[in-house]
Write a protein that binds this ligand. Sequence first.
Ligand SMILES: N=CN[C@@H](CCC(=O)O)C(=O)O
Ligand SMILES: [Mn+2]
Ligand SMILES: [Mn+2]
Length: 325
Amino acid sequence: MASLTPDVDTPPSAWTGRFDGDGPEHRRWWQAVESCADAAGSDTNGQAGVLADGRPAVLLGFCSDEGVRRNKGRPGAAAAPAAIRKALGPLAFHLDRSVRDAGDVMVPGPDLEGGQDRLGSAVTALLDAGHLTVVLGGGHETAYASYLGVSASGAVRNGRRLGVLNLDAHFDLRDEPVPSSGTPFLQMARAEAGAGREFRYAVVGISEANNTRALFDTADRLGVRYLLDEDCEADRVEAFVASFLDGIDVLYLTIDLDVLPASVAPGVSAPAAYGVPLPVISAVCRQVARSGKLLHCDVAELNPEFDLDHRTARVAARLVDTLLR
Ligand SMILES: N=CN[C@@H](CCC(=O)O)C(=O)O
Ligand SMILES: [Mn+2]
Ligand SMILES: [Mn+2]
């Protein structure tokens, strides 16, 4: 049986939250989450590429803001995994799957690429052991780390068609000499081309005012599908996501919290003046969860330093909870 404990830099620490009692009717996330080290073994058959219903979810933190720093943003996202766990802890636990915590991969200095490799290896090991992996970023450089893990998994190597769905105000397709939080999807496009695969990338929530002509041209050249923030009415988003899901076998969903309005998600490097309403983003999460195609997901760009009343962390936690239903 494949190991449940991936190689990480920091093991999981104890979860906390409100205590109403020990019975299952009182259960909250902090009482339900197990440490990977304590979990007995995989309760799935671990068949590569088979997305079993109710497979255990594993949370893995990526403590990095080096990508945001390189992209001239506001650093602070390295503290996000702890803030999201803290917001998840007190939530009532209504899931029909088990949830485990694998701890954190750290990017303490400038070696972003080393951290991305370590996170990728951990994600691959967990996916191949039959888990639903959830990475708590980190700046959006988290996405390339996630991609390294997903693209090396049995599901993708065995020919499942991968789709990358990004909920984001930005394309993050920058062509820069150094990788950052602004480059992950161009890095993926190049890696997919190198592997002889089609790059299937869609973005919901693009802000026209915050992406230059050059970025739109790159998106068009790569065949990226996108919806502008101003076009994100609920029905239109649902149809867009359904059509994208139709053309793929397995999905990597990445949520950049700056897709939400600044009033809902103030704690990010680049708060959105317009933003896609939370009910629409939440509906995408429900749609994806129901699709049976969700292989891996991450939540990126939370910056606790700029978060008001932990608003953004609470939204991140709520979206993770929705995705795991
Ligand atoms: N991940 C960040 N992406 C945005 C940041 C934009 C900004 O800082 O204004 C980007 O590079 O386009
Ligand atoms: Mn982004
Ligand atoms: Mn963004």
